[in-house]
Design a protein. Structure first.
Length: 400
């Protein structure tokens, strides 16, 4: 929708100016009247080319902060449109600020908050919008917004821990690969030329390293192109339905890392479903939303099958066993929650338990990866150095 700049006079007689997103000038006039502003001039805003548009992506911290602030202002009794207008001016991310402005404009012409937010799926996903809709229907919007913010903060905290655990090995791996490439491309050829000038038979380890170096030097362009093609192929395959499922399935079966992926998926499922049920979303809708936001195709397909069976009259716990993702303890606790009528409370306990399990799994992964990386560095770098110095030791022995 186009953006308009306006200059008008408010109810207090003072001149005011600003911007509004609307379809036509008449809509702008209508919106200003609702704000008790008499329009003087209205003109379309000339949109300049923004070279930094890609850097204005909205991250989960921006959304979480916005949700907390909106909850605080709505709970204090401020009108929703006024709350959004305040947040427009306070939001540093210009791209996000524009989206909030558009949401405010949509509400002023009769849209609900949930419907207005659903027009921006890149910022507010189906989980967020459905919870807001439930909050609006129940009259407990501020309470639901607080739950959403808590959910987002917990999810972000878990992801930060996982990324933090993987940062060290990734950095070490990059250093090892870079150092190995430099040695094989620039250092080893110098030694190779020197050994060829001296003549004689080289030790087998030295011959192997020199052959690898020679292959790398003469085929470096093809190797780089192959690696780029392989990376692009994996990304494209992952974007397909079957590829996404197969890679997620393989990750679940991977040693050590698979345990972390499984615990993260179970914890996220429990937290999401508990938050939705507590917010007043029906069990069928909650499961459907949880499946779409699961983040793992194996779990998503399993939950969709669970949804079909529940629609046929079964309980949740029974079909969850068939997904192959949930441990027996989780399904038993869910069964108890269904029998006692406190499913959301039981799911919250499962989520809390698995948050601690994810922390323990991250620590275990870090503890295992660090010595493995040290051994790999020692074998690769040390092996090349020994292979290059073996002929020198042989020559010194012959001279003596």
């Amino acid at each position: 929708m186009p953006r308009f700049e306006y200059v008008g006079v408010g109810a207090n007689g003072k001149q005011t100016k600003g911007e509004l997103i609307a379809g036509t000038k008449n809509e702008v006039i209508s919106l200003l009247r609702k704000k008790k502003i008499r329009a003087i001039t209205i003109k379309p805003k000339q949109m300049a080319l923004n070279l930094f548009a890609f850097s204005q992506r909205v991250n989960i911290q921006d959304v979480s902060r916005f949700t907390r602030q909106l909850a605080a202002m709505t709970s204090s009794g401020l009108p929703l449109v006024q709350c959004l207008d305040i947040l427009v001016s306070q939001t540093e991310n210009k791209g996000f600020s524009q989206k909030i402005q558009q949401i405010s404009s949509d509400i002023q012409v009769g849209s609900t908050l949930a419907d207005a937010m659903s027009k921006h799926p890149g910022v507010f996903n189906s989980l967020y919008c459905n919870m807001v809709a439930a909050g609006e229907a129940s009259g407990n919007l501020d309470g639901v917004l607080n739950r959403i913010a808590e959910y987002q903060e917990k999810s972000a905290k878990t992801m930060r821990k996982i990324k933090g655990a993987l940062t060290y090995p990734v950095i070490v791996l990059c250093i090892v690969v870079g150092l190995t490439a430099v040695m094989l491309t620039f250092v080893i050829p110098i030694f190779a030329g020197m050994f060829k000038d001296l003549g004689g038979t080289l030790p087998l380890p030295t011959q192997i390293v020199m052959s690898i170096s020679d292959f790398l030097v003469h085929n470096i362009v093809y190797i780089i192109l192959f690696l780029i093609a392989a990376a692009v192929s994996v990304v494209l395959y992952y974007r397909t339905e079957s590829g996404h499922y197969n890679i997620d399935f393989a990750l679940l079966k991977f040693p050590i890392l698979g345990d972390l992926v499984r615990k993260t998926a179970v914890g996220r499922f429990s937290q999401t479903l508990a938050t939705l049920l507590t917010s007043g979303v029906t069990i069928l809708d909650a499961l459907s939303i949880t499946a779409k936001t699961a983040g793992n195709k194996v779990l998503e397909k399993g939950l969709l099958r669970v949804l079909e069976k529940i629609s046929g009259g079964m309980t949740i716990a029974e079909p969850l066993k068939d997904t192959g993702v949930f441990p027996a303890m989780v399904t038993q606790m869910i069964a108890v929650g269904e029998k006692t009528g406190d499913l959301s409370g039981m799911l919250a306990k499962i989520a809390e338990f698995y948050t601690e399990e994810v922390d323990a799994a991250v620590e275990s992964l870090t503890a295992v990866i660090e010595p493995i990386m040290i051994i790999v560095v020692g074998i690769v770098v040390g092996g090349m150095l020994v292979a290059m110095y073996l002929p020198i030791f042989s020559m010194v022995g012959a001279i003596q």
